[in-house]
Write a protein that binds this ligand. Structure first.
Ligand code: GCO
Ligand code: MN
Ligand code: MN
Ligand code: MN
Length: 386
């Protein structure tokens, strides 16, 4: 019946369903919704959790007394609704102070302020029970390279992440940090633009085990890359800490479409990958309703994201149990126990034996792997005629 339940671990950001429909050319088309209202509505719809930037909840210039009051009300809404806050993050992009970057800003005063702001935001997240802390470096980038900041920026970035990881440990917060790569928008070029770049950077940090990825469907897709492959690489590295689900037309501006709205087949393979690999983390929808919509459209959007995920999860189950599809996959993945024994691990003996083998290259090349049939069956399964 595709009814979302907390056990499905669906989460939304306050900024997602709370999006007021502003774009670079037009004013907001919707009224702001209060954080408490969003919490109750999401719980009603069957979501598991809500995520936030510090300033989604606490205005950047709030006094201590204001902060405490807002926090009290928000915690009450969480208690009453049963919603949890699995992930928290920092807004290091909206305020003009971050116009040329936060952790990577060429100005040491702004870099220090960004670290200070993040420590406060980490305190807030910890108070709400968050265990995953996301770093989306939206302003960490450039439009022009005349400032020659790139190499320095990477060093500053590393310094900030190392500092904040130590802070988390010293405070006993136990955060796992998830880097969220994006190729561009709002900067012309953002540093660490794709999943592979972030994985490479993590290896240079002091405590790489604390850092992983928060890949987003729209972000690799904007760059014309295969998001399912990117997620597979994160899983392979043991680094899929969180995931941002949405949709996007390739090569366009950042659209944040409802999950499955555009690339249904890729969404299917993504859900199948997440489910088959045993990913245990939240399924976070980082998207928003079309700017055309009113509040009713916002909740249709939220329902739609979760429903599509559950339908695709059921399709993945069907795919795994479809005898013909599974037989085709089995035939596609040709096994050879004897040769695999030789190639599994290098030894002088294995190398000698392999060098002495004769292969019938012509025959190996001749065989078609049967992917046309397999893919057509997948399409038919998705279209509901299987
Ligand atoms: C975007 C990003 C953001 C981040 C968010 C949490 O394209 O704007 O995806 O929505 O995910 O700031 O880090
Ligand atoms: Mn995004
Ligand atoms: Mn976005
Ligand atoms: Mn995101």
């Amino acid at each position: 019946n595709y009814n979302p339940q907390p056990e499905h671990k669906f989460t939304f950001g306050l900024w997602t369903v709370g999006n007021i429909g502003r774009d670079p050319f037009g004013n907001p088309t919707r009224q702001p919704l209060s954080p408490e209202y969003i919490v109750y509505k999401l719980a009603q719809l069957g979501a598991y959790g809500v995520n936030l930037h510090d300033n989604d909840l606490i205005p950047i210039d709030a006094t201590k007394a204001e902060r405490d009051k807002i926090l009290r009300n928000f915690k009450k809404a969480l208690r009453d609704s049963g919603l949890v806050v699995p992930m928290a993050t920092t807004n290091l992009f909206a305020d003009p102070v971050f116009k040329d970057g936060a952790f990577t800003n060429a100005n040491a005063k702004i870099r220090a302020y960004a670290i200070q702001k993040t420590m406060h935001a980490m305190d807030l997240g910890a108070e709400l029970g968050a265990k995953i802390y996301v770093f989306w470096g939206g302003r960490e980038g450039a439009e022009v390279d005349a400032g020659m900041n790139t190499l320095d920026a990477l060093a500053y970035y590393r310094e900030a992440l190392n500092f904040l990881a130590e802070y988390s440990e010293a405070q006993g917060y136990g955060y796992k940090f998830a880097l969220e790569p994006k190729p561009n928008e709002p900067r012309g070029d953002i540093y660490l633009p794709v999943v592979g770049a972030a994985l490479g950077f993590i290896a240079t940090l002091d405590k790489p085990h604390l850092f992983g990825l928060n890949p987003e469907f729209a972000h690799e897709t904007m760059a014309g890359l295969n998001f399912v492959h990117a997620v597979a690489q994160a899983i392979d590295a043991g680094k899929l800490f969180h995931i941002d689900l949405n949709d996007q037309k390739m090569g366009r501006f950042d659209q944040d479409l409802r999950f499955g709205a555009e690339n249904l087949k890729a969404a299917f393979f993504l859900v199948k990958l997440l489910e088959d690999s045993g990913y245990q983390g939240p399924r976070h929808f980082d998207a928003h309703a079309l700017r055309t919509e009113d509040e009713a459209g916002v909740w249709e959007f939220a329902r739609g994201c979760m429903r599509t995920y559950l339908i695709l999860k059921e399709k993945a189950r069907q795919f795994n149990q479809d005898k013909e599809i599974q037989a085709l996959i089995k035939a596609y993945k040709v096994q050879d126990a004897e040769l695999s024994k030789l190639t599994r691990k290098f030894s002088k003996r294995n190398a000698e034996a392999l060098k002495a083998r004769k292969f019938n290259r012509g025959m190996l090349a001749e065989r078609g792997p049967g992917l046309e049939r397999l893919d057509q069956l997948t399409v038919e399964l998705l279209m509901g005629v299987r």
